[in-house]
Write a protein of this length. Structure first.
Length: 437
């Protein structure tokens, strides 16, 4: 192991990049001890040099010339914190081809382009480390790829998006609307100005895709499995779920069943006695089940500057001490397995929660139960709070009706949902969520 400094450059000095710089500068002696050599932040690439920053860097560290950094042979590691696919993919390829190892937090890039990036890194004898890409500060990637390497992982159930979890917590615990909860997440730094990828389920689905790649060796595109966000939910849905003994969480699930992979990322009703139901604010929690070890749990901050920066710096130390160079080529990452198939979504079997806004008049319930019955869907429970009496000459009031079904398939449920939406007695919104028992 070399005792010479490890020279690093950060590309993307946003929230996480600033956090990484803070750790490297404020804890330099501690980092040197743990890495066995000094870690020197040589350059930091930004788009706007004039923008105010909450960290003071030495003169000459900041630059807007990315080429000068990628072409600098003295830089050993690129910390690539640019989001999205383009230009992040090109930046990472250029870093690898210029002889640098890469540490990244970009889950979208790995989900979309991980296979080609890992192949190129192996060809060049370089490393890609990405602990921060999934579950923030939780050491989930290391657990899946190393600590559980003696196992075949058979089940993943996880809260992977800290922003959505914070929003749901704010809504229910503080009795606020969805819009107000999103605003709070933005003010505290958990949500971007445009929170779409967090609240529409994309972020959780991408992270689940990475975990499936690592644990099962198969690539699953986002259009191959069910993905739904929390952006269609209201406070009423959370309260009805609680009345029934459940908590709503954005849950990412992958279950290996008889050689088929059941996979989905959706807001889900979780029983209140399940540990996942008690994860609040921006915390993540993950249940992994292995065929040798059984079920294990991991939990920690899934969003926020320093939690994510912690995971980035941990990877950087792995590179510095030489662990990454030893483990990376031997990890079974993105090596395709063809014996596992994606379960058709129509065959997924579970229970469902339905909230319908219906006219409070005779025969409405019969119309709804007829549709469900025609698709062999049985009702487990029904909640309709008593509505005030109205003059029969006036139009019928609209009242919420909540239905919990027995076990059925996604195919039957979707077919029934399409018919229910055609009933003239039902008004939007039409809210449906799976139930995790």
């Amino acid at each position: 192991m070399s005792s010479s400094p490890l020279n690093v450059a950060i590309i993307g000095m946003g929230t996480v990049g600033s956090g990484v710089a803070k750790i490297l500068l404020d804890r330099a002696d501690q980092m040197t001890t743990r890495a066995g050599r000094p870690i020197h932040l040589k350059r930091a690439v930004v788009r706007d040099l004039s923008r105010p920053r909450d960290i003071e860097l030495a003169e000459g560290v900041l630059t807007d010339d990315i080429d000068s950094v990628l072409n600098d042979d003295s830089i050993d590691v690129i910390i690539q914190l640019v989001g999205g696919i383009d230009p992040a993919y090109d930046i990472m390829l250029r870093a690898l081809e210029s002889g640098k190892d890469v540490v990244t937090a970009n889950k979208a890039l790995l989900c979309e382009k991980g296979e080609s990036l890992y192949q190129r890194a192996r060809e060049l004898g370089r490393c890609i480390c990405f602990e921060a890409a999934v579950a923030g500060g939780v050491p989930l990637i290391e657990t899946v790829t190393q600590a559980m390497s003696a196992n075949q992982i058979t089940s993943i159930e996880a809260i992977l998006n800290g922003t959505s979890n914070y929003i749901l917590t704010q809504m229910f615990s503080h009795d606020v609307s969805y819009d107000d909860a999103v605003k709070s997440a933005q003010e505290i730094g958990y949500a971007e100005a445009d929170p779409a990828m967090d609240v529409d389920g994309t972020d959780a689905a991408q992270k689940l895709g990475i975990l499936v790649q690592l644990s099962l060796g198969i690539k699953v595109s986002l259009d191959q499995f069910l993905r739904q966000g929390i952006d269609t939910l209201s406070l009423a849905d959370l309260k009805y779920a609680d009345e029934l003994g459940y908590t709503v969480k954005l849950l990412a699930v992958a279950n290996l069943i008889d050689g088929q992979l059941e996979m989905h990322a959706q807001p889900t009703l979780i029983r209140n006695d399940n540990p996942l139901a008690h994860v609040e604010d921006a915390y993540n929690k993950i249940a992994l089940e292995g065929d040798a070890v059984g079920k294990i749990w991991l939990s920690g901050m899934g969003a926020g500057q320093m939690a994510t920066a912690s995971a980035v710096v941990a990877n950087l130390i792995d590179v510095a001490v030489g662990r990454a160079a030893i483990t990376f080529p031997r990890l079974d990452l993105w090596n395709p397995r063809h014996d596992i198939k994606i379960m058709p979504r129509e065959e997924i079997s579970r229970r469902y929660f339905l909230r319908l806004n219906v006219e409070d008049r005779p025969h409405v319930l019969a119309d709804i139960t007829n549709v469900l019955g025609d698709h062999e869907i049985s009702i487990a429970s029904l909640v309709q709070h008593e509505a005030p009496e109205v003059d029969p000459n006036e139009s019928y009031p609209i009242v919420p009706l909540v239905i919990m079904t027995h076990q059925t398939t996604e195919g039957r449920f979707q077919a029934a949902s399409r018919e229910l939406e055609q009933l003239t007695c039902i008004r939007s919104p039409f809210v449906r969520m799976p139930v995790n028992d």
